[in-house]
Design a protein around this ligand. Sequence first.
Ligand code: URA
Length: 443
Amino acid sequence: MSMYDIIKHKRDGRELTPEELTEFVAGFSEGSIPDYQAAALCMAIFYQGMTSRETARFTWEMAVSGDMIDLSAIPGTTVDKHSTGGVGDKTTFVCGPIVASCGVPVAKMSGRGLGHTGGTLDKLESIPGLSIELANERFFEIVREIGIAVIGQSANLVPADKKLYALRDVTATVDSVPLIASSIMSKKIAAGSDCILLDVKCGSGAFMKTPEAAIELAQEMVAIGTQVGRRCAALITDMDQPLGMAIGNSLEVIEALDVLKGKGPADLTRICVELAANMLVLAEVDELPECRRLAQAQIDNGHAFEKFEQMVAAQGGDTRVLHDTSLFAQPQLQRVVSATSDGWIYSMDTELCGRASVELGAGRRTKEESIDYAAGIVLQAKTGSHVAAGDPIATLYASHERQLDEAAELLTQAIVISQEQPVVPPHFFARVTEQGVETYDEA
Ligand code: URA
């Protein structure tokens, strides 16, 4: 069969056969299918969608286009967590150690910042000395010994997705549910964990702007994971305002440390505990209410903090900074952004908040740019806070005045103050499992 026929079948709304999907992914990966035909197929998928069976097969073909990580050398049921991306998301640094401290191994491969969203690897690298580039054998050894390691994806993990994502990025075909679901799940499946908890964000800082769209993506991803034999669930969580108060690399690690030490913001702590509890449920440790209690207990008894410290030490990081956070690289300049009028913080354009942190140097505008680990934003108010004109709403950290000027302008645009009291969005909207969608009961 020719690539022409495969494009035509999809354009006409037909379900592609497993053979057609294999041929496309193999041909595109090895270079025998040109970009223009792959782009045409992506556009046909964008308009026609894919069946769940088709998406699962497509995902599998992408997953096996490169290295498949074999975690069988690690005893126990391995659990991974994936966030679809947001602003201020530092939950991995809390959930991972909680889960590992309960005896459930976490062998995690993470990514770097993308656009306005921060990346786990960049945040981890703000810890002096910490390496995210470990050989697989060393990675497995650390997980066997202490129960957790977080490293970068190996260069040959899902090469088909790397190539296809770059093409989608320039052909207006990123925001297609089957293409996003297969892109994310191919990497999670290749990374080898038995269980995968998906944290699907929705709101102004997320890919998916509404809970309904996030649920649709979550259902697709859970279906894919289940069809290829992984235990999979998803929580739909809010990204209509930044998560916690800190945005930026070392600032977020410091906030995560606060949570691990039992003195973090209540909302962030709650979210981390729920995510960790759901990871424990997937690993069949216990039912949700018990796992929730267990997760909170691991913070209260200090075991989760100790686990994070062990991980940092094993990956070569300087653990002194975890106890004395003034030892992190310090920002050179700071500026307070104040409320321009009395009223309620009505809404926060979270993508703009993320862009403001990139302007400060906390993210990259081009792939080549380096990161200023100390740069970022600490919010003093969030949606639902009441402020008076002149009250501080955020402190910006950077190395150049120009960066502070640009970020202050973006943040002022992002934060809307109103006389009307807003409805503050819930932290969780729904839980999606193989069994279906349930309204999330946080109680
Ligand atoms: N993240 C991914 O890895 N892939 C997508 O397509 C979108 C977000």
